[in-house]
Design a protein around this ligand. Structure first.
Ligand code: SF4
Length: 379
C-alpha cells in the first residue's frame, strides 16, 4: 500500500470505504473549493454516519416511491431488448436499421456488488470489441460497469444504460424519471443529470485509453431519456455535457493535491467513529467535531442540498460570523470581506476601510442609505 493510501485509510479509520458513485462525483463539482469534503470523499469516509453520530439533520433522501417510479420508467424504456430505447436512439442519433445490437451486461454475474469487477471486465470486452471491429453491429449496452480513477483509487460506476456507437463514436445514454414538459426539463435536475453523465463519459474515455484507443471517440454529447409531458412515454434529447466534463476533470485533478491537504492536518487526525463490537460508534463527539474542523471548509447554503455535513459546517460558519451563511450572492458581492461583523463595522464607520476595501465600503454604505430611505418611506 502506498503512503497516500495509508494516510487516507488512517483518516477514515476502521470502517470500510464508501465507494464513489456518479452522484458523489457530481457533488465534488458543487463545492470544489472545500478541502474538508475533498478529504472526506477521497478517504471514502461515510459522511452520513458522521452526521448521524453528531446528531445532525441530513439532506432529504429520494423517497422509496420516487425510486420505484424511476426504476419502473427505466424498465419500460429498456423492455424487450431495449426496443423503445432503440427507436428513440434511431431518431436522436439518426441511425439506420441494421446498426444496433443489444447486450445486457447483467447477464454476467447479476447486480450484486461482488460482481462489479466481473461486469466491468465484460463491459470492457464488449466496448473494445465494438470499437475495434468496424464490421460489427453497433452496440447498445444495458447495465454496464465502468471504472474511473478517483484520487488514485478505482471507482466503479454503474450508468443506467451506456454506450452507443454511431459513426465510430460512443454516446452515453442516461434514463431519468423527471419529466420534460413542453420540451423543457427542470434546469437543476437536467444539470445534475448532465454532471452524472460527465462522470460516465470520463470513465468510458479511461476505458478506451487503457485499451489503446483514442478517448475522443466518446462524444461530449449525451442522450437524456425522460418521460414526455405528464405521460409515461419517453422522449430523448441530445445534450452537450462538454462544460460539465471539463469541470469534473478539473475537480478530479484537484484530488491529486491530496498530499498537500493531508500535510496541513494536525498529525494523527482521524474521522474514525471507533465502532464497538456491535458497530455502534464510541468516538467522543467533541473529539470528532474537532477533527472535522481541522480541514478548511467552504460552506455555502447550496451545501444543504448535497452534503451530509451541511449543518455542521453551517453552525461553524454562523459561529464565526462568516458572510457565506448569507448566501453565495452576498458572499460574492462583498468578496474580500469574509466576516459579517467587519462588513457592518465598515458600513457604519466604526472601521476605516483599507484602500482595497474602499469601493466595497462605499457600496455597502450606499446600500444602507437605500435601505434607510426604504424604511422611512414605509412609515
Ligand atoms: S457541507 Fe461542509 S464539508 Fe460539505 S461541502 Fe459544504 S463546506 Fe464542505
Amino acid at each position: 500500500m502506498n503512503s497516500l493510501a495509508a494516510r487516507l485509510d488512517a483518516l477514515r479509520g476502521s470502517s470500510p470505504p464508501v465507494p464513489h458513485t456518479a452522484k458523489t462525483l457530481a457533488a465534488l463539482t458543487a463545492n470544489p473549493e472545500c478541502d474538508r469534503r475533498a478529504l472526506l470523499d477521497a478517504a471514502g469516509v461515510d459522511k452520513d454516519a458522521l452526521a448521524a453520530h453528531l446528531n445532525l439533520p441530513r439532506p432529504l433522501r429520494t423517497s422509496a416511491i420516487a425510486l420505484d417510479h424511476g426504476a419502473a420508467f427505466e424498465r419500460r424504456v429498456t423492455a424487450q431488448d431495449g426496443a423503445e430505447l432503440v427507436r428513440l436512439l434511431r431518431e436522436t442519433l439518426d441511425l439506420t436499421l441494421p446498426e444496433v445490437s443489444y447486450e445486457d451486461v447483467n447477464a454476467v454475474g447479476g447486480r450484486e456488488p461482488s460482481s462489479l469487477s466481473l461486469r466491468h471486465t465484460h463491459t470492457c470486452n464488449l466496448v473494445l470489441g465494438a470499437a475495434r471491429d468496424k464490421t460489427r453491429a453497433r452496440t447498445l449496452l444495458n447495465h454496464p460497469v465502468l471504472r474511473l480513477t478517483v484520487a488514485g483509487h478505482p471507482a466503479y460506476l454503474e450508468p443506467d444504460i451506456v454506450a452507443f456507437q454511431h459513426h465510430e463514436t460512443f454516446h452515453i445514454v442516461e434514463i431519468k424519471s423527471f419529466p420534460v414538459i413542453d420540451g423543457q426539463a427542470d434546469p437543476a435536475k437536467a444539470a445534475a443529470a448532465l454532471t452524472q453523465a460527465a462522470a460516465y463519459v470520463l470513465a468510458l474515455r479511461e476505458l478506451l485509453t487503457e485499451g489503446g484507443l483514442p478517448p475522443e471517440r466518446v462524444s461530449n454529447r449525451v442522450v437524456l431519456v425522460n418521460p414526455r409531458d405528464f405521460s409515461h412515454r419517453p422522449i430523448a434529447t441530445l445534450a452537450d455535457a462538454a462544460q460539465k466534463i471539463k469541470s469534473l476533470s478539473r475537480h478530479l485533478g484537484r484530488l491529486r493535491r491530496l498530499p498537500d491537504l493531508l500535510d496541513q492536518l494536525p498529525p494523527s487526525t482521524t474521522f474514525d467513529l471507533a465502532p464497538d463490537c456491535e458497530a455502534n460508534p464510541t468516538r467522543p463527539r467533541e473529539e470528532l467535531a474537532a477533527a472535522l474542523s481541522a480541514p478548511r471548509a467552504h460552506y455555502s447554503p447550496g451545501c444543504l442540498h448535497h452534503c451530509e455535513l451541511a449543518h455542521f459546517c453551517r453552525n461553524a460558519a454562523r459561529h464565526q460570523g462568516r458572510t457565506e451563511v448569507l448566501g453565495t450572492t452576498v458572499r460574492d458581492d462583498v468578496a474580500g470581506i469574509d466576516n459579517i461583523a467587519l462588513a457592518l463595522a465598515l458600513t457604519d464607520g466604526h472601521q476605516h476601510p483599507s484602500r482595497d476595501r474602499s469601493d466595497i465600503t462605499q457600496a455597502l454604505r450606499h446600500s444602507q442609505r437605500v435601505h434607510a430611505d426604504f424604511l422611512a418611506g414605509m412609515t
